[in-house]
Every structure is written in C-alpha cells, then in structure tokens.
Design a protein around this ligand. Structure first.
Ligand code: CTP
Ligand code: CA
Length: 226
C-alpha cells in the first residue's frame, strides 16, 4: 500500500479505537445490545496498524478476530468501555470512537435470573455516560474522531454531535441506506470537521473508508504538531 521507503503516516502515534456494541446486563442470562458488528472499528484498527501506529482496540463482544498487531481490550458494558478508554486517554494521540455504545442500561442488573410472573414486565433504564462527550471535555492534545449513526438529517445531526462532543472530525453514516452502517462490509459516509463537510465517500469497503479517514487524521496531525 505504501511505496518502499515512504514513511508510514501514523508511525510513532498511539491510536485508540473503540468498536462493536456494548452489552448491558439485565440478569445473569439476559442482556440488551444492538446490531453493531464491529466491522468499521476493526477495519480502522487494522488500517492504523498498517500506517505504523501503536493501536489499542477497545471492543464490545463481536464475532471478529483481533487485527494482528493491535492490542485488544475486551469490554462488555458502556461503563466498562468508559473505564477502559478514559484510563488510557492520556497516552493517546488519536482516539476513534466507532463503537455503538448503548444509550441506556437497566437501572439494576439482577443477581439471579429474573423469574416469569405477571403478564407485563416494565424495565427501568438509566442513561449511560456519553464517553465521547467526556473525551471531548478531558482531551488535551488528542485528535478525536467520533461517529454519528443517523436515519435522517445526516448533515445537521452529525454537525451537532461534532460540536457538542468537541470532536476534530465526525464520520456521519446514514444507516438507513443499503450498504451502509450496521453489519455490512461496506459503508457510505460523510466526514465533517468544525467548518463542515470535508469528504463524502460513496459506497466502498469499510477498509477503504478506514484508510481515507486515517489519512485525513494523519494530515491534520502533521499540520498541528511536529
Ligand atoms: N457515544 C459514546 N457514549 C455514549 C453514546 C455514544 O461515546 N453513551 C459515541 C459513539 O461512540 C459515537 C458518537 O458518540 O462516536 C455518536 O453516537 P450516536 O449514537 O450516533 O449519538 P448519540 O449522541 O448517542 O445520540 P442519538 O443516539 O440520540 O442519535
Ligand atoms: Ca446513541
């Protein structure tokens, strides 16, 4: 992919990627989760390794194997993911939050299997912390890339998330389009920075999306730092 002798664009950089969906326990045998396959985040981790970065992949449960050369940290819940990410934040140059973090978790996880009783059962859910928003508040030098999964108003919603969560770039995907979003090997994305749309990528493999995204990040890292 790179010409012989060409410097790898992320050499010497530490990149943390989150991937997959989180699992929120209801009881010892039941949980809430979402359709995230982890493919986008794993593709980013793999490309980051290829570009020379030292990569940590914080992943919810997926069917994928860890990309060679990346350090895999397995987590279950949003709270686990938060801890795994924030405890490693200081050491990172780039953070990419591709994970589909559950917005809510059961107010309590029962220690024993919940027994079948009445005809209806109401679950109380409480909001999970927004990890990306916390990173946006805590970051010092890190280049932060968020994702926005939307089914409508992609440009507006993605820009709103970028601003609220203080990201350097945000990757918007319209998950209602065929070939984009959850579970597929391909994606269709629009990448934004603070001033608006930077790049619109038509249907292509998640590996290609990962490469384009990391190339943008690498260019911007160079223009900020060293
Ligand atoms: N995210 C996060 N922690 C959460 C929820 C989301 O870090 N508790 C991150 C995701 O990893 C992603 C970005 O925030 O990078 C946007 O996630 P998304 O679900 O699209 O946005 P939300 O802010 O959760 O808003 P909504 O689901 O209502 O659209
Ligand atoms: Ca959400």
């Amino acid at each position: 992919r790179f010409f012989a002798g060409e410097k790898k664009p992320l050499a010497g950089k530490r990149v943390l990627v989150t991937a997959g969906g989180t699992v929120e326990r209801l009881d010892p045998v039941r949980y809430l989760t979402n359709d995230s396959s982890g493919k986008m985040g794993y593709a980013i981790a793999e490309e980051a390794v290829r570009m020379g970065a030292q990569v940590t992949l914080v992943s919810g449960p997926t069917a994928l194997s860890a990309p060679a050369g990346a350090q895999l940290v397995r987590v279950q819940s949003a709270l686990d993911m938060r801890e795994a990410v924030l405890s490693r934040l200081d050491a990172q140059d780039v953070v990419v939050k591709a994970a589909a973090v559950a917005d809510y978790r059961p107010a309590e996880a029962a220690t024993q299997k919940i027994k079948k009783k009445a005809d209806t059962l109401t679950l109380q859910l409480v909001k999970n912390p927004d990890i990306l928003q916390e990173i946006g508040t805590l970051k010092t030098h890190q280049f932060v890339i968020g994702f926005a999964a939307e089914t409508e108003n992609l440009d507006d919603y993605a820009m709103d998330k970028l601003n609220r969560k203080n990201c350097d770039l945000i990757v918007g995907n319209d998950v209602s389009q065929a070939g984009a979003g959850f579970g597929t090997d391909t994606n269709i994305v629009r990448i934004y920075d603070r001033s608006g749309l930077v790049q619109a990528l038509s249907l292509r493999s998640k590996s290609e999306v990962a490469r384009e995204l990391l190339q943008l990040a690498a260019q911007r890292l160079i223009s900020v730092g060293d």
